[in-house]
Design a protein around this ligand. Sequence first.
Ligand code: SF4
Length: 299
Amino acid sequence: MPSTSELLLMADRLRPRTQQREIGMSDLGSCRRRVGYKLAGTTPVNPSGSVQAAMGSAIHDMVADTIKALNLPGIVAEEEVRIAGLLGHFDREEPELMVDVKTTSARWLEHIKLHGPEHGHIWQVSCYAAARILQGRDIKRVRIDYLARDTGEEYQWPHAEGAPFNPRHVRDAFEWLEAVRSADVDMLPRDNEPDSVFCQGCPFGGPDGGICWEGYVPERHLRSVMFVEDPDAAKWADKLWETRQQIKALQDEEKKAKEVLDAIRPDGGGRVKAGVRTLDFRRNPRDPERFSLYFVAGA
Ligand code: SF4
């Protein structure tokens, strides 16, 4: 009998959106090689998908079904749109506002709160907004609702009112897509880690590397395929050397900045506003004389 996660994966595979071969707005800013395979019409080799993606799909469906069932005034859920031939399905439109929903982990949510959304997410919601504006709808702002699957925490980027719609994001998205479209698929970067959930669930990847990582050195890391494609050991050794030098230089700079900021540390530790950022000086539990310095996410 299938396990619960297998049933979830089956359900996700049966969704029309999962079966969609055509590239769509949700592909914008994602792995360039994956988009390249899709553009080339490459046959998928890995049907497995990911449980995380299936959970995300279930949440999207539930929200859309609820909006439709309650017939909430002023809210339109999950409609198909196109802009310059690119297909998309927006999550929901509220008065003057386009909202996209993303499920994530609590750990990645902290990253988003600190560093902002990935550009692909902003491109996607901006393209939905642009498509609706072209249909005559009055969309002035965009918002991304991030929902942590493990804690249930919700974070609305940038805040409940949303950010002003900026057509520059739509232009940037189409420039990115054009760059991917014009490149040979074999030259496109593999933008994810082979053992990541993205590659494991990718239609062109999977546990054995799929067609994306095929050709790697047997019994070695999947990434060794990059050496097979470019067997210049000296070049790769230089790259490692230079990267380590950069890391060392950055660590030195980080140490200096922390030492300088020790000037504003409250005696017992605590939070201090510094420009647009908030710093958190925390006492080291193992060595109470020392403090660690963190940035406060979303503050
Ligand atoms: S397997 Fe990973 S790197 Fe390769 S196309 Fe898929 S997501 Fe990109």
